[in-house]
Design a protein around this ligand. Structure first.
Ligand SMILES: NC(=O)c1ccc[n+]([C@@H]2O[C@H](COP(=O)([O-])OP(=O)(O)OC[C@H]3O[C@@H](n4cnc5c(N)ncnc54)[C@H](O)[C@@H]3O)[C@@H](O)[C@H]2O)c1
Length: 439
């Protein structure tokens, strides 16, 4: 089978690389010339652990290609994945302009018996829309548009794609089921469950999964605030709650709010889909607004300590900018909200992140008061406090006496509850976490 993947971003690149690693011939297409040029030079444009080795292996084996020439790649393909972006439109709905543009390009170039797979996260009814768009362009060569949402996590994308908890497939035609089974046969042989269903159910499954995970996070973040008010420790509560097998320990970690390219936009898009259908999703609305508030939670703590006027002229060291560790993705990252709030009040922020600094530099090129350092210890020099925003492993065990000697005041705001409050207090730090006991 010849595979074409339209969109070579975080998802399209991983899908293309990993499918080629299973012996299939794959051409990854992107409209971004720089991205394709660097991939053709063997450079991976995103940070995703393990991806570069698999990419190199399959390029060398002649199974994996990168091009901007979508028309010819589609014309050769038996299967065309759509893996382009679906960002939020101004009203919160998913903006489908790139998906529909891809559909038209497929319509103009597909050979007979082509099957289209939507990998992008798309609202209920999009596969119908894409099929209608293709037919509207006079194309009968595409026999079905399959919905196959992707559940990989950035930072663990290779493992997630290779060992999925499940593969969800929405389809119309019997031969789509056959072709999808052949495509994912090696995953089926390895025992990964495949759930075949109607397209609309598959589309909704992806949003339901992300909204459920976001709900767990927002619930714990709200509980962390309550813990502070009643002097309970959210970390103890988390352990006690997460050990219940009906609940489970994952996604219960309080922090500075969720970010990334998925949860925020997918919760909003789900709300928008429900609104269009005449239903107000009360829980999803609350999840979203709790998260917005949570991104400003550390800022509120800083205001409490220094006062609004006192923030001006203060210097803060910021460790971590990416929305989570093991990625350079800064989309909707809580760090950006905090930088914006602090610098607007005249504070200085000296920031460090192992992977995400180039992306932040590109986004905040003119931000007054924001600077970057190449060594996290340099960020601390004469700072009034350390703000820990992303829990990269390398931040876990710093040399605390070196930290203390560099900071102007030994104050830590731990936005991920990464450090042990007691240990730090014994070392002479003023420690502020999220939902921790005061003592
Ligand atoms: N990032 C994740 O962790 C993740 C996980 C699961 C699902 N998803 C979903 O996957 C989709 C893609 O997300 P992403 O993070 O990879 O986005 P991305 O922005 O990193 O990549 C999208 C790519 O598509 C390219 N593109 C746009 N139109 C094109 C066209 N007509 N032909 C070829 N290329 C085109 C863009 O240039 C870009 O490189 C989204 O719907 C997202 O919600 C993302």
């Amino acid at each position: 089978m010849n595979i074409c993947v339209l969109g070579t971003g975080y998802v399209g690149l991983v899908v293309g690389v990993c499918i080629s690693d299973r012996g299939l011939s794959v051409t990854c297409v992107d409209v971004n010339k720089h991205k394709i040029a660097s991939l053709n030079q063997g450079e991976v444009p995103i940070y995703e652990p393990g991806l570069d080795d698999i990419l190199k292996r399959n390029v060398e084996a002649g199974r994996l290609h990168f091009t901007t020439e979508g028309d010819s790649a589609i014309a050769k393909a038996d299967i065309v994945y759509i893996a382009v972006g679906t960002p939020s439109a101004a009203d919160g709905s998913a903006d489908l302009q790139w998906v529909l543009a891809a559909a038209r390009q497929i319509a103009h170039n597909a050979k007979e018996n082509t099957m289209v797979i939507i990998k992008s996260t798309v609202p209920v009814g999009t596969s119908d829309k894409v099929l209608a768009e293709i037919r509207g362009e006079g194309c009968e060569n595409v026999f079905d548009v399959v919905s196959n949402p992707e559940f990989l996590r950035e930072g663990a994308a290779i493992e997630d794609f290779a060992s999925p908890d499940r593969i969800v497939i929405g389809y119309r035609e019997a031969r789509s089921k056959e072709r999808m089974t052949a495509l994912y046969q090696s995953f089926i042989d390895e025992g990964h469950p495949v759930y075949f269903m109607a397209n609309r159910s598959a589309e909704l499954t992806k949003y339901a999964a992300n909204a459920m995970l976001a709900t767990k996070i927002s619930f714990m973040n709200e509980l962390a605030k309550l813990c502070e008010l009643v002097d309970a420790d959210v970390e103890s509560v988390r352990e006690g709650v997460g050990s219940d097998s009906r609940i489970g320990p994952k996604f219960l970690y309080p922090g500075v709010g969720y970010g990334g390219s998925c949860f925020p936009k997918d919760v909003k898009a789900l709300i928008s889909t429900a609104n269009d259908a005449g239903l107000n999703l009360q829980i999803a609305n609350a999840v979203e607004s709790v998260n917005q508030d949570q991104k400003a939670f550390l800022f509120e703590k800083l205001i409490k300590k220094y006062g609004e006027d006192g923030i001006k002229g203060k210097s803060f060291a910021m460790w971590g900018l990416a929305f989570k560790p093991e990625t350079d993705d800064i989309r909707e990252a809580p760090a950006l909200v905090l930088i914006d709030l602090l610098t607007k009040l005249g504070a200085k922020v000296s920031a460090y992140d192992p992977e995400a600094m180039p992306n932040v530099k590109a986004t905040f090129s003119n931000a007054v008061g924001l600077s970057f350092v190449e060594d996290p210890m340099d960020a601390l020099q004469d700072a009034d406090a350390l703000l820990l925003i992303t829990e990269w492993k390398q931040f876990r065990n710093p040399d605390w006496s070196a930290v203390q000697s560099r900071l102007k005041s030994a104050v830590i705001y731990d936005g991920r509850n990464l450090f042990d409050p007691e240990t730090l207090r014994q070392k002479g730090f003023e420690y502020h976490g999220i939902g921790r006991i005061k003592t």
